[in-house]
Write a protein that binds this ligand. Structure first.
Ligand SMILES: O=C1O[C@H](COP(=O)(O)O)[C@@H](O)[C@H](O)[C@H]1O
Length: 231
């Protein structure tokens, strides 16, 4: 493991969620104190559910917080697969009800058609993000950097100035939109939230030099990364 990485291992998802939400909340408070506002981009999928519930109960000035997603499935927020729907139902409630949410999904038939609007929305947010929370799929994808993705090399290109890209991949289900790697790596605080023994094995594979797994580009990046893991 890189010397800039810290692995925080917990016995269960509830304990992890509380510890991670405490850490994220302190970064958001620091950002509000320093700059008057805080920006956080979170992941979707199944892993962050308990985290979102815990974070929604953190005491801070949520009216100064903007929340967005690192990636989105190209479905409306009425669809069960929508990451925005997950955020709306589990994070933007309780104390966090006053946060502003910026969706990546645009009501166009394809991400390619909506990418201009999505880019404008992300560009309107002050960069770098204060906090980015990544997840990881069992295939080693993070954000929507899927193995075999049609724009994977573009998304992973360190010199790419695009903030978001469309992405299609065999394992992705629906078309996607995703932040690019440079946006992720510029975050003031970067977390990787992973649950399961199977995924710990994937992490170990991704740590190996020359790994082709997309998440390796985050794990092997020369910057601090906090990995939160539980079985
Ligand atoms: O499709 C996605 O999958 C990953 C991992 O999800 P999980 O269900 O295995 O936790 C997630 O990080 C990403 O945001 C999401 O769009």
């Amino acid at each position: 493991m890189s010397q800039q990485h810290a692995l925080h291992a917990f016995d269960d998802g509830q304990t992890l969620a509380k510890a991670l939400s405490t850490s994220i909340a302190s970064k958001l408070r620091e950002a509000i104190d320093a700059r008057g506002e805080a920006l956080i981009a979170v992941s979707g999928g199944s892993t962050p559910k308990r985290l979102f519930e815990a974070l929604s109960n953190e005491a801070l000035d949520w009216s100064r917080v903007t929340v967005t997603l690192v990636d989105e499935r190209w479905v409306p927020d009425t669809d069960e697969r929508s990451n925005a729907r997950l955020v709306a139902s589990l994070l933007l409630q309780h104390k966090a009800a006053d946060a502003e949410f910026v969706p990546l999904y645009v009501e166009t038939p394809t991400p390619e058609a909506g990418i201009g609007e999505a880019r404008a929305r992300v560009a309107a947010m002050r960069q770098p993000f204060d906090v980015i929370v990544l997840g990881m799929g069992p295939d080693g994808h993070t954000a929507s950097f899927f193995p075999g993705g049609d724009r994977l090399s573009e998304a992973l290109d360190a010199s790419n100035t695009a903030l978001v890209l469309p992405m299609r991949a065999p394992g992705a289900g629906e078309p996607r939109i995703t932040f690019t790697l440079p946006v992720l790596l510029k975050a003031r605080s970067l977390y990787l939230h992973v649950q399961g023994d199977d995924k710990r094995d994937v992490l170990a594979q991704a740590e190996k030099p020359g790994s082709a797994l997309p998440v390796a580009h985050v794990l092997q990046a020369d910057r601090p990364l906090d990995i939160y893991w539980c079985p």
